[in-house]
Write a protein that binds this ligand. Structure first.
Ligand code: NAP
Length: 285
């Protein structure tokens, strides 16, 4: 069996194409949507991610206000920057690039953010909205995975999905999302983690397996049933080297699989901009 590839690039392009007229409408109405970015410190990889997001924002017709705090910035400095963006008319949504230097409490800083401007959907209020199926920004990687499966016409509704990992950016919100009552969700979701030593028993019985652990190579071909759909969400970086949870040996077992590079990453970025445009639409409506 040779697995069908599920690339994220075409999904992202379709999302950007759908956002284009919505951005034009906002601009024509006198409001340029703005994505505010905050970088704390001098990590070159983080600076690169911010640059990439700013360039994409400009390309899409958004504005991209930016605050760069030094490596020795205090928690109070970060809180002040977040409050500036909370009050700024030209910022509809914002993000603080993770990771932050060790003196910064990222979760505490997140609480200072206006939840309606939380582009990553990670504020506790937005997690609550997600749990209650209320409108609001949905964490980007989970939203991107739902969009990716829908785009490639992988049915989810009524099927068994096993998510490996219960982290706050991926596994937990993904499980909440895929159990919502919607044609592109509505799944029977099981979440496994370090508290479930026999997790392969669960992944092997699922029709769709989503790796969300951040442990390179954790999911092996013998952990899934032949023909299963395999989505690699978890990654770890060693320097610039990307080490995914799922390696390419799956090609022979899986029915469909996200590519090692260009799978969940592009859809995550697309969802960031969708969240930003939706935030602008909510603010101006
Ligand atoms: N592709 C993208 O654009 C993108 C975006 C966001 C995040 N990610 C990646 O997604 C991954 C998850 O992020 P996160 O913040 O949600 O996760 P996290 O907080 O790091 O949690 C990882 C989860 O994996 C579980 N896990 C770790 N080792 C395991 C093992 N040996 N056996 C079973 N379960 C294990 C942990 O279980 P316990 O809860 O029991 O500790 C935990 O629930 C990370 O690799 C992150 O880089 C990717």
């Amino acid at each position: 069996m040779t697995a069908r590839l599920l690339p994220g690039g075409p999904v992202a392009e379709a999302v950007f194409a759908e956002l284009e007229p919505r951005i034009e409408k906002l601009v024509a109405g006198g409001h340029s949507p703005g994505l505010g970015t905050i970088l704390v410190g001098d990590d070159s990889a983080s600076a690169g991610y911010i640059r990439m997001k700013q360039e994409k924002a400009i390309e899409l017709g958004l504005t991209a206000p930016h605050i760069h705090l030094g490596q020795d910035a205090t928690q109070a400095d970060l809180v002040a920057a977040i409050r500036d963006f909370n009050d700024a008319d030209d910022v509809d949504a914002m993000l603080v690039q993770h990771p932050t230097p060790p003196q910064i409490d990222f979760e505490a800083a997140l609480l200072e953010m206006d939840p309606d401007k939380d582009v990553d959907g990670l504020h506790p209020l937005n997690m609550g909205r997600l749990a209650l199926s209320m409108p609001g920004p949905v964490p980007c990687t989970p939203a991107g995975i739902e969009a990716l499966l829908a785009f490639h016409e992988v049915p989810i509704a009524g099927r068994s999905v096993c998510v490996l990992g219960r982290g706050t950016t991926l596994g937990r919100p993904l499980a909440l999302l895929l159990t919502q009552k919607r044609p592109t969700a509505n799944a029977a979701v099981t979440v496994v983690h370090t508290g479930v030593p026999n997790w392969p028993d669960y992944t092997r019985s699922a029709e769709i397996v989503i790796a969300a652990a951040g442990v390179p190579g954790i999911l092996q071909p013998e952990h899934v049933r032949p023909g299963a759909v395999v989505v690699g969400g978890g990654v770890r970086y060693e320097g610039r080297k990307l080490l995914p949870d799922v390696d390419e040996s799956f090609g022979e077992v899986a029915g469909a699989i996200t590519p090692r590079v260009g799978g969940v990453g592009p859809t995550t970025v697309a969802m960031l901009f969708r969240n930003c445009v939706e935030a602008a639409e909510r603010r101006t409506s």
